[in-house]
Design a protein around this ligand. Structure first.
Ligand SMILES: [Zn+2]
Length: 257
């Protein structure tokens, strides 16, 4: 399994062999650079792809499920499109999970309360969603998680247990913070790229060709085309007799403490 500890142990072994070769067998010195560059590349890849479970294990997919369920998830709200998304979910009798940013909960308390009152799950997506979160200390990340939870508690009366890391970043500091706060990390199995691409048709087709029972689909309630994509997706789910449920129902875990 591609894990941080295993990779480090492997590279230490390679390093030792390389050092022996360089000093005893006259191997070229640049071997050390190749080893270092390879280690850095793999570590960077692991740190920017939470789906690899490289530093910590997140739930990405309910594999081999007999239930015809998927989980639609929306990151970065409460935001401009949240109300439109809620209306569509209601229209198609679907449930979803919203990974909310703490400062936005404070800024849009009514929408946050509406998400909960309509039977959807809310979860932690840090307080600030800072772009440089990958460089935060474990103490700072812990504070991000705790202040986001505090906002949710004071506005919505819930103690959130589920967490999604911003930008899919993972590293040993986030792992340490999660061990302190006890949040369960959640990933995704289908990334819609709705925040990257502008064509709703392209984004919808990208999801539609992959979707199967047990999938966790990542969308954003910040993007103006997301409601359009969502409605097509909800119709597709109906056609496939797939039901959108909350992430906690999909994995049979609890969302709140
Ligand atoms: Zn995000």
């Amino acid at each position: 399994m591609l894990r941080f500890k295993n990779i480090n142990a492997f590279f230490l072994l390679i390093l030792a062999i390389s050092v022996y070769g360089i000093f005893q067998l006259s191997w070229p010195l640049y071997l050390l650079l190749i080893v270092l560059f390879s280690w850095l590349s793999i570590t960077f890849y692991g740190a920017t792809n939470v789906r690899l479970n490289y530093f910590f294990t997140a739930l990405h997919q309910q594999k081999n499920t007999a239930k015809k369920e998927v989980a639609l998830t929306f990151d970065d709200g409460p935001a401009s499109q949240t109300k439109a998304i809620l209306a569509l979910l209601k229209k198609y009798n679907a449930k979803a999970t919203f990974f909310c940013i703490g400062h936005k909960i404070d800024e849009q308390p009514e929408i946050f309360k509406q998400i909960i009152s309509e039977g959807h799950t809310v979860a932690n997506h840090t307080y600030s969603h800072a772009k440089n979160i990958g460089f935060f200390s474990s103490k700072s990340i812990q504070r991000e998680l705790e202040t986001c939870n505090l906002a949710a508690k004071s506005v919505g009366g819930v103690e959130m247990k589920l967490f999604r890391t911003p930008f899919g970043i993972s590293n040993p500091k986030i792992k340490k913070a999660l061990q302190k706060t006890g949040h369960q990390p959640i990933g995704w199995s289908i990334r819609s790229f709705d925040a990257l691409f502008s064509s709703p048709d392209l984004i919808f087709k990208n999801i539609a060709k992959k979707i199967k029972p047990g999938d966790v689909i990542l969308l954003h309630d910040t993007q103006k085309h997301t409601p359009e994509i969502l409605e097509r997706l909800l119709i597709l789910l109906q056609e496939k007799s797939l039901k959108s449920v909350s992430i906690n129902k999909l994995f049979n875990i609890s969302a709140y403490a």
